[in-house]
Design a protein around this ligand. Structure first.
Ligand SMILES: Nc1ncnc2c1ncn2[C@@H]1O[C@H](COP(=O)(O)OP(=O)(O)OP(=O)(O)O)[C@@H](O)[C@H]1O
Length: 249
């Protein structure tokens, strides 16, 4: 579902200085996997995500997402993926269900198709009781679920989530984890997410890819990483691998 080969991004600053944000990373994600992409601040996570979602072109290397080459077929790649960034995707003044129907129509769905899909998403994302509410009245957790619903309107087989649980309280974080799990059972969606909450990555992801200074430094199942480093938690594994802690994020 994702195949990244030697993905590299260099940013040239005005004074001629070059920032090597991502330094030749390669990894594969298979259909149906739920993968957490971890790394300390500035490690290159967002830049990698932005390359994979065709928002910025790589300086070197390439990747295919859902079978589309991000360099040769960026439009095809965009059609095949859902991307939920840190900002909100929904307009404040619309009702929740209307917003989902409108988004479906923007993807070329007929009115009937858009309504059917909206209702399906309202159920899976626990938004049914809020269908008639105005977006601006939703709580942070409810809004995050709506953002995910919007990202799924066009039935993408692959979903990118950038820090989905940032700003949520533990209860909402747990609910969100449950919703993300449900995406797989209901729609078989492959999920690639970045998170700063290591217990969440541990509980949710089958695989974690850790990057630091623009390079992949670990790529394995959480249990195996703990075994290999003889640590009890991903927090401690992370500290061992990067020399830094993510705990207070
Ligand atoms: N547009 C840009 N121009 C110059 N440097 C950039 C640009 N975008 C990112 N960088 C630099 O590239 C490096 C990687 O940044 P990136 O945002 O990918 O890290 P991150 O792992 O997502 O960090 P965080 O956890 O803080 O969001 C950082 O040193 C950052 O300052």
């Amino acid at each position: 579902m994702i195949s990244a080969r030697n993905l590299t991004k260099r940013f040239r600053l005005r004074r001629g200085e070059v920032v090597e944000a991502v330094r030749g990373i390669s990894f594969d994600v298979h259909a149906g996997e739920l993968v957490a992409f971890l790394g300390p601040n500035g490690a290159g996570k967002s830049t990698t995500l932005r390359m994979l979602t065709t928002l910025v072109p790589p300086s070197e290397g390439t990747a295919t997402v859902a079978g589309h080459d991000i360099r040769q077929d960026p439009a095809g790649a965009r059609r095949a993926i859902g991307y939920i960034g840190q900002g909100h995707g929904a307009g404040d003044y619309f009702r929740v269900r209307d917003e989902l129907v409108t988004q479906g129509r923007l993807y070329g769905q007929t009115r009937k198709q858009a309504r059917t899909r909206a209702d399906e998403l309202l159920t899976v994302l626990d938004l049914e009781p809020l269908a008639k509410r105005t977006v601006s009245t939703l709580s942070g957790g409810q809004r995050r679920r709506l953002d995910i619903a919007i990202g799924l309107v066009h039935r993408p087989p692959l979903l990118f989530l950038d820090e989905p649980s940032t700003g949520l309280d533990p209860q909402n974080r747990a609910n969100l984890a449950e919703v993300i799990r449900r995406l797989r059972s209901e729609f078989a969606t492959t999920v690639f997410l970045t998170t700063h909450y290591l217990p969440e990555a541990d509980a949710l992801a089958e695989r974690v890819i850790v990057i630091d200074h623009g390079r992949v430094i670990a790529d394995d199942e959480p249990a195996r990483l703990k075994e290999q480093t003889a640590k009890d938690s991903l927090d401690d594994v992370f500290l061992e691998l990067t020399g830094r802690s993510l705990r207070n994020d």
